[in-house]
Design a protein around this ligand. Structure first.
Ligand SMILES: [Zn+2]
Length: 437
């Protein structure tokens, strides 16, 4: 197996508090040493001067589309997009076809991830059979399967029935599983195309009120309190939800939350030209909501940045706004948006950004192989240039889909190399071709 000396980079590891120039020696899949002068016979030198060396990023929220919509994305193409974006682990959402609501499907997703071999692919399991919100899926069976599912969600839908939510949390609490919610009251959100506010009135589009998210967030927090279950709120988008999570955490409720790059970067102003690529669920909100999401990331109320990478085929998005499905691809732009929108303006330090994108999600998911640079641990790491500016070109994506509102946007920060289990799967920004077979 290859040996690498990643030399002279700024090593940023929030888990250990390291932030200093050092060499990282990779051998036999592991980090063999970090410091100024490790013994490095036969190692290939990777010059990292001027670059940052950090634990590989961990995405808690990726739609891989396989099985069922391989025209939009496969586990192999999602893995390539993830590696190109600096990720070494992604959590695959269960809203596939068939739905990942049995041990057989989650094991299939997990096995296809291992076969692709570019990042660790974790399977999330559905809470309810067929995402119908009625009968509980075989949560224990999925947890005990080879895929070892830790996180369960009906993402794409909010769980509408509070009693179902309570029962699922009670079941999960027994083995410390995580209940993850896409907070959306279906009746309040019905027919909505974008955030409800001045902009939706101007554009003549039906709005989704912030309350559609906040009511379910508050309900789930109340249920987490009585069940003791770990609750994770997906893609938090409103000031009210941030506030609810902040109060709940202060009161000792076991709740964590994530926000997406698009929600901390864009507002409903992005809809002015009816760009179907800016249509997402939950929708892009107001400037006050965006500011509240950033404040939540700053004080740790929102501990995690997740992409909600949601590939769609060109022809699906190339329709009138109201018929376009919501979602955008995010794996290949997340780090640059984090640096550009959070680090450059001074909201987060680089170490805090890496915490939100790597150490914190790895901690929530209980991944010992991810989220930290440990001597003797697996070499899952990213080497990136924090200062280079570049223009996003969707034609260059490794994802099979191109749906992004960020095409043509100039951003700061670019992945140079990604190492997965000690293999260099991305070299000088390109996914290694032998890794793509
Ligand atoms: Zn969702």
């Amino acid at each position: 197996m290859s040996r690498y000396l990643i030399s002279g980079g700024r090593v940023v590891d929030p888990a250990s508090g390291t932030d200093e120039v050092a060499d990282v020696f990779v051998a036999d899949g592991s980090i063999a040493g970090i410091g100024r002068d490790p013994a490095t016979a036969d190692a290939e030198v990777v010059d990292a001067s001027g670059l940052v060396v950090a634990p590989g990023l961990v995405d808690m929220h990726t739609h891989v589309r396989e099985p069922g919509r391989e025209d939009e994305e496969t586990i192999a193409t999602a893995s390539a997009a993830a590696a190109a974006g600096g990720y070494t682990a992604v959590c695959a959402m269960p809203n596939t076809d068939p739905v990942a609501d049995t041990a057989a499907v989650v094991e299939k997703v997990w096995a296809l991830g291992r076969e692709a071999g570019l990042v660790e692919v974790l399977a999330a399991g559905a809470l309810s059979r067929g995402l119908a919100g009625e009968k509980m899926a075989d949560l224990g069976e999925m947890a005990r399967s080879a895929a070892r599912v830790r996180i369960f969600t009906d993402d794409g839908h909010g769980v509408q029935n509070a009693l179902f939510a309570r029962r699922a949390m009670e079941y999960l609490a027994a083995f410390d599983g995580i209940y993850a919610e896409h907070c959306e009251d279906a009746a309040l959100a019905a027919g909505g195309q974008m955030h409800e506010g001045d902009r939706s009135a101007e554009l003549g589009l039906r709005g989704i009120p912030a309350a559609a998210e906040e009511l379910m967030a508050e309900r789930d927090i109340a249920l987490a309190k009585i069940t003791g279950c770990r609750l994770h709120l997906l893609h938090v988008s409103t000031a009210g939800t941030v506030d609810a999570v902040r109060r709940a955490r202060a009161a000792g409720v076991r709740v964590t939350a994530e926000a997406t790059p698009h929600h901390f970067t864009l507002t409903d102003d992005a809809l002015t030209g009816y760009d179907p690529n800016a249509k997402v669920n939950p929708p892009l909100r107001s400037e006050a909501d965006r500011a509240a999401v950033i404040a939540g990331l700053v004080d740790g109320t929102i501990g995690v940045i997740a992409t909600d990478h949601a590939p769609h085929a060109l022809e699906e998005k190339d329709v009138e706004f109201q018929y376009a499905p919501p979602g955008l691809v995010g794996l290949e732009t997340a780090l640059a948006l984090g640096i550009s929108e959070l680090v450059v303006p001074g909201h987060l330090t680089l170490a805090e950004l890496i915490d939100r994108m790597s150490a914190a999600p790895a901690g929530i998911l209980g991944l010992e192989s991810q989220g930290a640079l440990r001597t003797g641990g697996p070499a899952n790491l990213v080497v990136f240039d924090p200062n280079v500016s570049w223009t996003i070109d969707p034609a260059q994506f490794h994802s099979r889909s191109r749906n992004t509102p960020f095409g043509g946007r100039t951003v700061t920060g670019k992945v140079v190399h990604t190492f997965f289990n000690g293999r260099r799967v991305v070299r000088d920004g390109a996914v290694e071709s032998e890794a793509l077979v």
